[in-house]
Structures are given as structure tokens and as C-alpha cells.
Design a protein around this ligand. Structure first.
Ligand code: THU
Length: 136
């Protein structure tokens, strides 16, 4: 699957976003090395703190099914009915969750600003990250 196709999967996932508070809908499509795609959306909560980002929804769905061989994730976000016109970059907490399960030199984050695709390695988004290797 191409990066553009994975972004299309993220757009599909975004339709399921539950965002009564921010109205900002995010979709993620997490791809495994064998080509499986796991979808995630953001899920908000009246108490705010339990809000879950789209990226973490996708990771936690996968891990809960025993899937760990991740190679890339596509992320798209924007206000409810508006067109996507800016990059939605993963928040710090989601970057840390990626660090837990992915090789930061290899794992790619694919983003879209409505016109151009931007791809970055996790290592670029979270330099000097603290991860499982630090506890070995
Ligand atoms: N959000 C995500 O789902 N992923 C990101 O990468 C950034 C932010 C969500 C959290 C919240 O539901 C809404 O976007 C506004 O912050």
C-alpha cells in the first residue's frame, strides 16, 4: 500500500472521531510490516483527561490483539466539516507510545496538509527519546 493510500485509510478512520468538545477530528491508519492496517480515531470525554488521540487508539487496538510489527502510521486531522488544511502532527504522548513499540530510526509518520504529504521518521519527531532500551 502506498503512503497516499494509507492517508486515505486515515481519512476513513477520521469519520469515526468522537469529538463533541474540540470538534477537531483526527484519523490514523497504522500499518504493519505484513501490510495489515489498523484504524484509530480520537475519542473525547466530558471529563477531558480521558481523551484519547487517534494514534493511540490505533496502537492500543493493535497491541490488544497481539500485533506489534509496525512500520508506519498515517495521520490526518482538522475541524469537523472543514477541509484538511494543516498538518496534524502527533502529540508528545503519542510520540512516546510510538517509541515504546517502534524502531524510531525506521518507523515513519505520514502527514498531510491538504496539498502535500510530509513524511518523518519517529527519531526526527522525538529525538533522544526514552524507551525500552533505556531499561535494559
Ligand atoms: N488529537 C489527536 O487525536 N491526535 C493528534 O495527533 C493531536 C490531537 C486529538 C486530541 C483531541 O481529541 C483533539 O485532537 C484536539 O486536541
Amino acid at each position: 500500500m502506498t503512503d497516499l493510500e494509507l492517508l486515505e485509510e486515515a481519512k476513513k478512520a477520521r469519520k469515526m472521531a468522537y469529538v463533541p468538545y474540540s470538534k477537531y477530528k483526527v484519523g490514523a491508519a497504522l500499518m504493519t510490516k505484513s501490510g495489515k492496517v489498523i484504524h484509530g480515531c480520537n475519542i473525547e470525554n466530558a471529563a477531558y483527561t480521558p481523551c484519547n488521540c487517534a494514534e493511540r487508539t490505533a496502537f492500543f487496538k493493535a497491541v490488544s490483539e497481539g500485533i506489534y510489527d509496525f512500520c508506519k502510521i498515517a495521520v490526518v486531522g482538522g475541524f469537523e466539516e472543514a477541509d484538511i488544511d494543516a498538518l496534524c502532527t502527533p502529540c508528545g504522548v503519542c510520540r512516546q507510545v510510538m517509541q515504546e513499540f517502534c524502531n524510531s530510526k525506521e518507523f515513519e509518520i505520514i502527514m498531510y496538509d491538504g496539498a502535500k504529504v510530509k513524511t518523518m521518521k519517529l527519531e526526527e519527531l522525538l529525538p533522544f527519546g526514552f524507551g525500552p532500551d533505556n531499561l535494559k
